[in-house]
Design a protein around this ligand. Structure first.
Ligand code: TRP
Length: 344
């Protein structure tokens, strides 16, 4: 099949390099990316500058964490032959656009971003840096540097997509049409809760990782919090407030409805239900584990994916910045060519 990347609409999305990805990432976005990469020209970013918002003093593992993310991407079927993988800091044009866009956003507007507020609360930091408050502007630059049309994200990132749309419109209205106004695309699967019912995240220590072993998954699932209103196995259960039921919905579709019914009737206990959940999660992870081991043994694949991806992103980003400078009258052609434009 001919490579018709250039006629496809573009997508940009990605992850912070916080280390290995978990099943929440999979259900919330990775699964969707694997489908989207066939239909769209996809750019997948590893947002290392964004990691600095709360990871400024923990950069010693950034390279290892980036490797983990790429390994997870490859293992779930994100394909560097179809899509473009790149690292944010390797694209200087993102920093340039961030500078320009920062002039188009008020402080009051940044302070209204609910996700930034939440993340600051859970970050444990005492004071918010300029870059933390402003990271949605840098994320707008991630998205707009490739002039992306679509941005598949979790609902927590929708405020950033809205911010990006405002910036694109603002730029276009001041300087003329350069950017598409990108659409956000929220996946169908509701966010998977962590093992304790809170948002699944590394910092909460409540995540099942794609690289976890069978034993780790069994152990974690057996310790998970289920329906707090249920004491005995014969009590009637409430699947709608049970974390494990959410895992059944995401990874055990054929059986989920039946389990729901039996739980409500008190006909399946939490222990059996958890064992079932652990088994389906393990069955889902097995092929991913296998691929991960293969890719881990061939570091050249990661290197090639990133090298080609960065190169390809640079082509697009340089073109974008050329268009931006042209639109802004920031080319300085006469001045830099020694032409005297004063008449006479
Ligand atoms: N904010 C995203 C997250 O934490 C990561 C990200 C950075 C991103 N730049 C992006 C997502 C651009 C979509 C588009 O998960």
């Amino acid at each position: 099949m001919p490579n018709n990347r250039n006629t496809k609409k573009r997508i940009l999305t990605g992850d912070r390099p916080t280390g290995p990805l978990h099943i929440g990432h999979y259900a919330g976005s990775l699964e969707n990316r694997v489908k989207l990469q066939d239909k769209y020209d996809c750019f997948f970013i590893i947002a290392d500058y964004q990691y600095l918002t709360d990871g400024l003093k923990q950069t010693e593992h950034i390279e290892e964490y980036t490797r983990e993310v790429v390994l997870d991407w490859l293992s779930v079927g994100m394909d560097p032959e179809k899509a473009t993988f790149f690292i944010q800091s390797q694209i200087p044009e993102i920093a340039e656009l961030t500078m320009i866009f920062s002039m188009m956003v008020t402080l009051a507007r940044l302070h209204r971003n609910p996700t930034v507020k939440d993340e600051f609360k859970t970050s444990g930091l005492h004071a918010m840096s300029y870059g933390f408050l402003g990271y949605p502007v840098s994320q707008a630059a991630d998205i707009l540097v490739v002039r992306s049309h679509l941005v598949p994200v979790g609902d927590d990132n929708m405020p950033h997509v809205e911010q990006t749309r405002e910036i694109a419109r603002s730029f276009n209205s001041i300087f003329g049409e350069v950017f598409p106004v990108p659409e956000g695309l929220v996946g169908e699967t509701a966010r998977l809760p962590g093992l304790n019912g809170q948002k699944m995240s590394k910092s909460m220590n409540n995540a099942i990782y794609l690289k976890d072993t069978t034993e780790e998954v069994n152990q974690k699932v057996s310790m998970a919090i289920t329906d707090p209103a249920r004491i005995k196995a014969t009590d009637t259960g409430h699947p709608d407030i049970c974390n494990i039921f959410k895992y059944h919905l995401a990874f055990n579709k054929p059986e989920a409805r039946d389990i729901e019914k039996r739980c409500r009737q008190g006909k399946i206990g939490c222990v059996a239900c958890k064992q079932n959940a652990a088994a389906v999660i393990n069955a889902f992870l097995d092929p991913i584990r296998e691929k991960r081991a293969e890719y881990q043994a061939k570091p050249g694949i990661i290197k090639n994916a990133l090298q080609a991806g960065i190169e390809r992103t640079l082509e697009k980003s340089r073109e974008t910045v050329r268009l931006v400078r042209e639109a802004m009258h920031f080319e300085y052609e006469d001045l830099l060519n020694g032409k005297n434009i004063i008449a006479g």
